[in-house]
Design a protein around this ligand. Structure first.
Ligand SMILES: Nc1ncnc2c1ncn2[C@@H]1O[C@H](COP(=O)(O)OP(=O)(O)O)[C@@H](O)[C@H]1O
Ligand SMILES: [Mg+2]
Length: 222
């Protein structure tokens, strides 16, 4: 039987479910009304929410993109790989199965110089890589992660405390233990090879990273 404390990701986070009726405690404790964050979401936040299916934390910086094909995905990965700010960053990747999360990571790893076979970490939860310049990269896939004790036992906490790039697919499955992402990348597959993409920065490092990306790599939505 499961311990009762683990929050179910996405449950109850849908649009319109932030219920003011739950604010009784707030009424007695806070002199001013609590801000309604729904009004502070930007267009890209809404785009992200549509893609992710849950309300994201308000972002410091956002970009809303569309990629016509995997070539655009690769071009974006290459531009990201050139950013010095990427080296100690934590990126999260949202999107349904087949949205292109692993594909984006593969292009990013290749652009960083990682050679050889790049396995998907679905079964292992994490695949470590090292770029030729010594950069450590950890590629997580939390799809099968359901026991927060594994966070300690498997040494994931130590990984997040060390330098290097961390990338996580299905971060919502480990939301209770993960630190905030520098940049969250939300992918939505259209019926063809095109993708709608929402980027949101949740830390100053992530915001600087987004600002540093050349607009030519972004294929921004009109
Ligand atoms: N623009 C695109 N970006 C990323 N992947 C794409 C794109 N167009 C087609 N694909 C294909 O879609 C599939 C995405 O699979 P994958 O990356 O494993 O998805 P996920 O990790 O999100 O489950 C791959 O077969 C990839 O070649
Ligand atoms: Mg994947």
């Amino acid at each position: 039987m499961k311990a009762g404390g683990q929050p179910l990701p996405q449950a109850g986070l849908g649009a319109g479910q932030i219920d003011a009726g739950d604010a009784d405690l707030g009424k007695s404790q806070f002199p001013r009304p609590l801000p309604d964050l729904r009004n502070e979401l930007t267009a890209a936040d809404h785009h992200q929410r549509e893609i992710v299916g849950s309300a994201p934390a308000p972002a410091l910086e956002t970009r809303s993109l569309s990629w016509a094909s995997e070539e655009d995905t690769q071009r974006f990965a290459a531009a990201l790989a050139r950013q010095p700010g990427l080296r100690d960053a934590f990126l999260t990747l949202y999107g349904d199965l087949g949205a292109g999360k692993t594909t984006l990571v593969r292009h990013l790893l290749r652009a960083l110089g990682v050679a050889g076979r790049i396995k998907s970490p679905t079964y292992a939860v994490v695949e470590p890589h090292r770029a030729p310049d010594g950069l450590d990269i950890w590629h997580f896939d939390f799809y099968r992660f359901d026991d927060p004790r594994e966070w300690e036992d498997a040494g994931f906490r130590d990984i997040f405390a060390s330098p290097g790039l961390k990338i996580a697919e299905w971060p919502d499955k480990a939301a209770a233990v993960l630190p905030p992402a520098d940049v969250a990348i939300c992918l939505h597959a259209n019926d063809d090879a095109s993708r709608r993409v929402a980027l949101s920065a949740h830390t100053p490092r992530g915001a600087a990273l987004l600002r540093a990306l050349p607009s030519s790599s972004l294929s921004e939505n009109p």
